[in-house]
Design a protein around this ligand. Structure first.
Ligand code: NAD
Ligand code: UDP
Length: 309
């Protein structure tokens, strides 16, 4: 197949590029390198089945010929980056989403949207099933991302209903692994880089808030399974239901890195969700997918990656 990925030079996108090239597909990676890194895809550039287009999806995108599938991942994912230029984040999820849907329409491609657990906001229902409509403020500093991703889902559904575009919506929960940007600001990369340097671990709030972390290889397998499913368009939660507090995560990372780091407490960012865990019954049932890599194993691989940087 000929497959286009937007955001293909980012953390998740580059792993997806690897997997699709390995499977023998012809892959086009579209990225503006806002948070992505060339080194994530450097090893693919010499392959004739891989093409890089440096482009911002906020601008219209034209590609000649038929495209079979499009994965739309172009959007900064870490709170620090998406809040740095919130209007651009909204634009990526609205104008950018419309441009990518337009490309799907003109090329006949099926489009998978990388949506997020952030559409559930600070959830009152726990764990979160796809039927839960969320608790999101349109006014908070996270809204550029949360509401952006919500309207991106709306646009996918509207293009599907109005123009018959084939869509798939994956609601991705916190994902981690090699190739996370070390300055990305997300908790796993922060704690590991801090622990490896024996520096204080920056704990926001009291560390009682929970997240559920999925190793990137499991996540990518889930995205591919959803894209190739003939029946179910989603939304489908893709994540790992093993839930822990940020304090537990800090202790685990300090132990695994044999670090001398202590925890240093900082204010909790505004609108930081208190809890998050995916209900993945739907993914298990319709995609026959579930994560296999336990947190410790995934953290070991991630620590190894960061210790070699
Ligand atoms: P990332 O920041 O590493 O990757 C995003 C990629 O998109 C980068 O390569 C960046 O340069 C590119 N990009 C951003 N804006 C662009 C634009 N306007 N035009 C072209 N390229 C652009 O983040 P990631 O963790 O790999 O996330 C990928 C996708 O998955 C995002 O859409 C994110 O919202 C979604 N997601 C990720 C997580 C997670 O935990 N990593 C969770 C939920 C959803
Ligand atoms: N967090 C933290 N220290 C950090 C970075 C993040 O305590 O250095 C917390 C953050 O407040 C949140 C959780 O860890 O409660 C996960 O943050 P991340 O940015 O990784 O993802 P998200 O909030 O989008 O789930």
């Amino acid at each position: 197949m000929r497959i286009l990925l937007t955001g293909g030079a980012g953390f998740i996108g580059s792993h997806l590029c690897d997997r699709l090239v390995e499977a023998g597909h012809s892959v086009i990676c579209v990225d503006n390198f806002f948070t992505g890194q060339k080194k994530n895809i450097q090893h693919l550039l010499e392959k004739d089945t891989f093409e890089l287009i440096e482009h911002d999806i906020i601008e219209p995108l034209r590609v000649e010929g038929k495209i079979d599938q499009i994965y739309n991942l172009a959007c900064p994912a870490s709170p620090i980056h998406y809040q740095k230029n919130p209007i651009r984040t909204v634009k990526a999820n609205t104008i950018g989403m419309i441009n990518v849907l337009g490309l799907a329409k003109s090329t006949g491609a099926r489009l998978l949207q990388a949506s997020t657990s952030e559409v559930y906001g600070d959830p009152d229902v726990h764990p979160q099933p796809e039927t839960y409509n969320g608790n999101v403020s349109p006014l908070s500093p996270r809204a550029c991302y949360d509401e952006g991703k919500r309207v991106a889902e709306t646009l996918c559904m509207d293009y599907h209903r109005e123009h018959g575009i084939e869509i798939r919506i994956a609601r991705i929960f916190n994902t981690y692994g090699p190739r996370m940007h070390p300055d990305d600001g997300r908790v796993v990369s922060n704690f590991i880089t801090q622990a490896l340097a024996d520096k204080p671990l920056t704990m926001y709030g009291e560390g009682k808030q929970t997240r559920s972390f999925c190793y990137v290889d499991d996540l990518v397998a889930g995205l591919i399974a959803l894209m190739n499913n003939e029946k179910h368009i989603g939304p489908i939660n893709i994540g790992n239901p093993t839930e822990l507090t940020m304090k537990e995560l800090a202790i685990k990372i300090v132990e695994m890195t044999e670090s001398k780091s202590q925890v240093e407490y900082h204010p909790l960012p505004e609108a930081d969700p208190r809890q998050r865990r995916p209900d993945i019954s739907l993914a298990k049932k319709v995609l026959n997918w579930e994560p296999h890599i336990p947190l410790e194993e995934g953290l070991r691989k991630t620590i190894e990656y960061f210790s070699q940087l």
